[in-house]
Each structure stands twice: as structure tokens, then as C-alpha cells.
Design a protein around this ligand. Structure first.
Ligand SMILES: Nc1ncnc2c1ncn2[C@@H]1O[C@H](COP(=O)(O)OP(=O)(O)OP(=O)(O)O)[C@@H](O)[C@H]1O
Ligand SMILES: N[C@@H](CCO)C(=O)O
Length: 293
């Protein structure tokens, strides 16, 4: 049996739509695999009742098929599905690493990124590697096509999850079809600022670079209370706040001393908007961890 813990991830980070991603220290999924004649899946944990166990519909099924690695796969969800924290991608990344080890396929973590991406695409409808790359490689990742650059950044974060479900598929439908030159210039400036901040471990630059005028405003409309929660986090000391992945999670960058206060302020602001939520005080962390038995 092989066991893998794969972390939650936050994709986009505002200015890096479909390109930027970050592994979070917590929460995480745990995936256990055992050889079998055909693939079967059991799901337990957070939101398990909303996750299909049919290999054609679960992200781990396509991964087992791509690696020609049939197995009994047990998924213990620590990451709520449809959260914006890369829940579906974490299971796919964990399964890729675990099945590669179980069947001794000899692929590197980088080679496993597109395989995990295939699994993630079964639910989101399109391949984008901004969740599975950080889930496998850790840190802050820049995924352009098949090239992935990794920065081992150390930035404190708060991820706040409202009790609202937004599927990646639906959130992709509201992405604008095009952009003006002015919007592109703004986005490039912010993305470069964020990347510089990650390289320097500077929460101020990371937060500044999270601002986005292109995709985030359309997605924020799908999240009740977004503007109030963003304002509350900024007032409590967040250096930047944006939609995490496709939402409805909201991610804030900060200095360590403000993290607790920001988490409380975000939960309170959601409550004022009539929405229950849960905040994780976290930071950029490592990629999936492998445990063999
Ligand atoms: N192993 C899995 N884990 C979680 N969700 C899964 C899994 N397999 C299939 N799904 C389905 O995928 C959907 C959730 O994926 P989706 O991409 O919408 O959310 P997410 O992964 O939490 O968010 P994001 O990619 O925006 O960070 C749900 O419909 C869920 O049933
Ligand atoms: N980049 C993707 C991440 C969500 O899986 C999106 O925002 O649609």
C-alpha cells in the first residue's frame, strides 16, 4: 500500500489566471492505493457525499487510467470540494504520485504534473495545471504550457471558505472572452510585482500583485459578501485579497502577526452577509508527501 498527503492549493492569485498557483500548508487530502484488477474508489471526509466514486467521474480515475495502474483508491478528503482550494486537483496529484510509486513507473514529479492535470480536467472541462503543479511540486508555481517554474516562497496566508458552492466549470463560464491593451498592461504589472514578491518573500509585494481587474470582478459577483470580506481583511492588515482559484474561497496574503486577526475579520464579515464560513490560517507550503508501507 502507498499513502500520499497532497495539499490544498490556491490558483490564479488574482493576476495569474490559469498560470499562478501556490501550495498551502493546510488543509490536505490523504490518498491510499493498493493494486487491484480494476480501479475502485472509496471517498470519506469533508464533503465526501458530493464526490462521485465512479472512476469515470472522480479525478483519480483518469489518473489511474493514464498510468495504466488499476487500484483500489481510498480518498480521505480534508479539502472541501468546489471550494477554490484545489480539492479535485489535490486528489488527482496525490493519486498520480501514489500510483507511480505503487506500480514503479519511475516518472518524476514534473512528469506527473500533466497526468494529474488530465484527472483534474475531467471535472473542470479544460486542462489547467495551476492546482496540480503546486500540489505536486510545492511552493509558488508559474505554469506556462508544460513548463513549470517553482519558487520556494514563505508567505503567510489566510484562506476563508464560505458555505457556498461554486463549481470551476460555472466560474469559467463568466471569464471575459477578451481584454483591452490597458487591462493587459495592468495585469502584467501586477503579475510581475507578485512574482518579485514571492522571490523576495515579501508579503507587501505579493499582496499588491494579487490585484486583478480582469477575471476576479466577474467571479466576485458569484460570492455573497465578497466586497465586505475583502474590505474587512484589508482593514485587519491583509496586504492583498482575491478569489482563490475559481472561488468561492477567498485568499489573503499577510504578515504573520496579523494572520489571526484577519482570519477572524473575514469570518465575521461573511457572518454579517448571512454566510457561514471557515478560515484556515496557513502559508505557502511543500508539495505532496509520499509514505510507503
Ligand atoms: N477526488 C475529488 N475531489 C474533489 N472533488 C472531486 C473529486 N473527483 C470529482 N470531483 C468533483 O469535482 C468538483 C469539484 O471540483 P472543482 O474544480 O469545481 O472545485 P475545487 O477543486 O475545489 O476548486 P478549484 O479548482 O477552483 O480550486 C465537484 O463536483 C466534485 O464532485
Ligand atoms: N485557473 C483555474 C483554477 C480553478 O481550478 C480557474 O480559475 O478556473
Amino acid at each position: 500500500m502507498v499513502t500520499v498527503r497532497a495539499p490544498a492549493t490556491s490558483a490564479n492569485l488574482g493576476s495569474g489566471f490559469d498560470v499562478f498557483g501556490a501550495a498551502l500548508d493546510r488543509p490536505a487530502d490523504i490518498v491510499r492505493v493498493e493494486k487491484a484488477d480494476r480501479t475502485t474508489i472509496d471517498v470519506t471526509g469533508y464533503g465526501a457525499e458530493f464526490i462521485p466514486e465512479d472512476p469515470d467521474s472522480n479525478t483519480v480515475g483518469a489518473v489511474a487510467e493514464a498510468l495504466d495502474a488499476p487500484a483500489h483508491i481510498r480518498i480521505d478528503k480534508g479539502i472541501r470540494p468546489s471550494s477554490g482550494l484545489g480539492s479535485s486537483g489535490a486528489s488527482a496529484a496525490a493519486a498520480a504520485l501514489a500510483l507511480n510509486e505503487l506500480y514503479d513507473r519511475g516518472l518524476s514529479r514534473r512528469e506527473l504534473v500533466p497526468i494529474a492535470g488530465k484527472g483534474e480536467a475531467t471535472v473542470s472541462g479544460e486542462v489547467h495545471l495551476d492546482n496540480v503543479a503546486p500540489a505536486l511540486l510545492g511552493g509558488f508555481t508559474v505554469a506556462t504550457g508544460r513548463d513549470v517554474t517553482v519558487v520556494d516562497a514563505d508567505i503567510p496566508l489566510v484562506a476563508c471558505l464560505p458555505e457556498i458552492a461554486v463549481s470551476t466549470r460555472d466560474a469559467r463560464d463568466v471569464v471575459p472572452a477578451g481584454a483591452t491593451m490597458e487591462q493587459l498592461i495592468y495585469t502584467v504589472g501586477r503579475a510581475a510585482t507578485l512574482t518579485t514578491g514571492m522571490c523576495r518573500n515579501d508579503p507587501r509585494l505579493v499582496g499588491k500583485g494579487m490585484h486583478d481587474r480582469l477575471v476576479t470582478p466577474a467571479r466576485a459577483d458569484l460570492i455573497a459578501g465578497y466586497d465586505q470580506v475583502r474590505e474587512a481583511a484589508l482593514s485587519a492588515g491583509a496586504t492583498g485579497v482575491t478569489v482563490s482559484g475559481a472561488g468561492p474561497g477567498i485568499i489573503a496574503a499577510c504578515y504573520p502577526e496579523n494572520r489571526q486577526e484577519i482570519a477572524s475579520a473575514m469570518v465575521e464579515a461573511f457572518k454579517d452577509a448571512g454566510v457561514d464560513s471557515r478560515a484556515y490560517q496557513t502559508k505557502i507550503g511543500r508539495g505532496a508527501t509520499l509514505y510507503s508501507e
